[in-house]
Ligand binder design. Sequence first.
Ligand code: GLN
Length: 197
Amino acid sequence: MSPRIGVLALQGDTREHLAALRAAGAEAVTVRRASEVDAVDALVIPGGESTTMSHLLREFELLEPLRARLADGMPAYGSCAGMILLASEILDAGVVGRDATPLGAIDITVRRNAFGRQVDSFEHDIVFAGLDRPVHAVFIRAPWVERVGPSVQVLAHAADHVVAVRQGRNLATAFHPEMTGDRRVHALFVDIVMGRA
Ligand code: GLN
């Protein structure tokens, strides 16, 4: 049976994640309300703008339902803005009241727009633990990880910074695998959800 994986569809590149998940063998559905959060086996938080997504999570009254399911062990994968939201601590989170709010699913500290201060976007082939060939990684005003908790596994680096992590059944990348047609990161997440990885 294929797992039912939701893609948070408040803002960001939802469609690409739905396509990537389907190609990786999952049933993929959009998630916009609390009842939909409760109806999925796992959740992807896409790239976009973490401050806007946090604002919409509050507006749609999704913040607490989402936190509850994550605390309860629902697997999650976040790319870029999604990585920021899954973190336990966010540096440069934005202005108070309009800031990116951490959901605390992965014990990492991320810095928003970290690479963006140097160069807005870039692409790089990076070694990704557990994957046979390098991943062509697209970074767009991307965060990097500045602190990794003791139970977090580092999966990839770019320019000497941590850009992909896993903690238990949660996965996060600072880059956008959904944009390249390479389905291996989504396939890894499907395997994690299925208990195969
Ligand atoms: N800079 C964005 C943020 O802070 C992330 C960019 C992205 O998701 N491509 O949320």
